[in-house]
Design a protein around this ligand. Structure first.
Ligand code: NDP
Length: 474
């Protein structure tokens, strides 16, 4: 008998994805460069379903029913190209290669174009949810041709997370659309985590709460509109005590955040697309700042206010909740703007509301909040920004005093809040009747004759700054 689908690359993700498929009754062929992993998988979990182990690429391909569905779960980058080159010559027209790794969408576009020429469908797919998600139901964001989704979609939907009976998997769009959306998902995740971190920092150093008290605040928040996986695990981490020292776990961890690159990609591609994603960018930079140990050491003695420490500021937790919710709305609005800009640039025709729908389960940013975003796109699929959705606009209005006070308190106590500040600055920039960009244009015209447009009439103009300062049509 043949396997319905095959997985090659059986490290953390691939092995759990293969088990997920098998547990759902899909016979799955399994293969890994180093055969010991394949053997170990079948030995440990062989009773969970039908596994067809193969040591060679040829045997692996031969064990797949046609059209063949071959999932690659290997280290992103050159390894993916190497594995594609190993398998593509063994496939026939109509077969599919699915890359579930964290590939850059530009690589996916290149690979898709190349394989399309060879008659093979290439499906770059985002898979979110880490190790646990891969096993119990991830959020799946496949790109590639609509034809490939017809054959692959039912399988992916079957093994994905489900929320209210709806699978957290949908065809995102052609070629690199899936990996692009996964990238932005991760950028949003960075922003969400940074905003939560800033909230913690303020609760600790402006409201004077201890880690276990802050855990209780997050637990409370998790019963309201902020309910989400990230808030839930934040409470868990803050309540955890280090066994070796008896101190709060958060106090013994080195305060240098690491990153694997998808947040950076989100910002790089936003720059290319000309989309302002300050909230996401500040989250990436905040991790970067934290990692510059020598720089931080050199600057530690610089003057500034002492942190409040044990001083308790009443009402601050509630204000922070509002600031967090408002800033979170902004960060998601920026991420969705990037998705819409990418979709327009590459002709993907991405349904933004569908992305919110498949992020409700399985992935790291899963949250009640995403239902709101789905509803916002349902109400107005063409909305230029989520900020103006009735629900979000009301929440932003309600947060005004708190949001601004929290940032003021942070500044007063020397607690850095780049995420909150960037979010508010974006919000105020969008709502401003006039921006100082007019002055910037004047400067550019002065030093570089870059010309400007006028608010009161059509055309492009230049002022003769070095001469009699008359205005000429450019
Ligand atoms: P790793 O990224 O650690 O990759 C290890 C796997 O890649 C092994 O199976 C290894 O084979 C294989 N491999 C590496 N180089 C080659 C090569 N040149 N030829 C053939 N096989 C090769 O595994 P993960 O399971 O952590 O992740 C897999 C993919 O999923 C990555 O792209 C990752 O970015 C992505 N991802 C990971 C998530 C996570 O939480 N870990 C979440 C979402 C996506 P061997 O055993 O022979 O060394």
């Amino acid at each position: 008998d043949k396997a319905r689908i095959g997985v090659t690359g059986l490290a953390t993700m691939g092995r759990n994805l293969a088990r997920n498929l098998a547990r759902h009754g899909h016979p799955v062929a399994v293969h890994n460069r180093t055969p010991s992993r394949t053997k170990a998988l079948v030995e440990e979990f062989g009773d969970e379903g039908t596994f067809l182990p193969a040591e060679s690429a040829e045997r692996f391909v031969a064990s797949l029913e046609r059209p063949r569905r071959l999932v690659i779960m290997v280290k992103a980058g050159p390894a993916t190209d190497a594995v594609i080159e190993e398998f593509a010559p063994l496939l026939e027209p109509g077969d599919m290669i699915v890359d579930g790794g964290n590939a850059h969408f530009a690589d996916t576009r290149r690979r898709e174009a190349d394989l399309r020429e060879r008659g093979i469908h290439f499906v770059g797919t985002g898979i979110s949810g880490g190790e646990e998600g891969a096993l119990h139901g991830p959020s799946i964001m496949p790109g590639g041709s609509a034809e490939s989704y017809e054959s692959l979609g039912p399988l992916l939907e079957d093994i994905s997370a489900h929320v209210d009976g709806t699978p957290c998997a949908v065809h995102v769009g052609p070629d690199g659309a899936g990996h692009f959306v996964k990238m932005v998902h991760n950028g949003i995740e960075y922003a969400d985590m940074q905003l939560i971190a800033e909230s913690y920092d303020l609760l600790r150093h402006a409201a004077g709460l201890a880690p276990d008290e802050i855990a209780a605040v997050f637990r409370e928040w998790n019963t309201g509109r902020l309910e989400s996986y990230l808030i839930e695990i934040t409470a868990e981490v803050l309540a955890h005590t280090d066994a070796a020292t008896g101190r709060p776990f958060v106090d013994v961890v080195l305060d240098q955040a690491e990153q694997k690159g998808t947040g950076r990609w989100t910002v790089q591609s936003a720059l290319d697309l000309g989309v302002p994603v300050g909230g996401i960018a500040e989250a990436v930079f905040a991790r970067s700042v934290s990692g510059h140990a020598a720089l931080r050491e050199a600057a530690r003695g610089l003057p500034g206010p002492a942190r409040a420490g044990a001083e308790t500021l009443p009402g601050v937790p509630d204000a922070i909740e509002k600031a967090l919710y408002a800033s979170k709305i902004v960060a998601y609005a920026q991420g969705f703007h990037e998705i819409q800009a990418g979709s327009a640039e590459y002709g993907w025709n991405i349904d933004a509301g569908a992305m919110a729908t498949i992020w409700r389960g399985g992935c790291i940013i899963r949250a009640r909040f995403l239902d709101r975003i789905r509803a916002a796109y349902e109400a107005d699929p063409q909305t230029p920004t989520l900020l103006t959705d009735a629900h979000f606009a009301e929440a932003l209005g309600d947060a005004q005093e708190a949001w601004r006070n929290v940032i003021a308190i942070a500044a007063k106590h020397g607690v850095p809040v780049p995420g909150f500040s960037a979010a508010l600055a974006y919000y105020d920039s969008l709502r401003a009747p006039r921006l100082p960009a007019a002055l910037t244009q004047g400067q550019r015209d002065f030093f570089g004759a870059h010309t400007y447009r006028r608010a009161d009439r059509e055309g492009t103009f230049h002022t003769l700054w070095g001469g009699d300062r008359t205005e000429v049509t450019a």
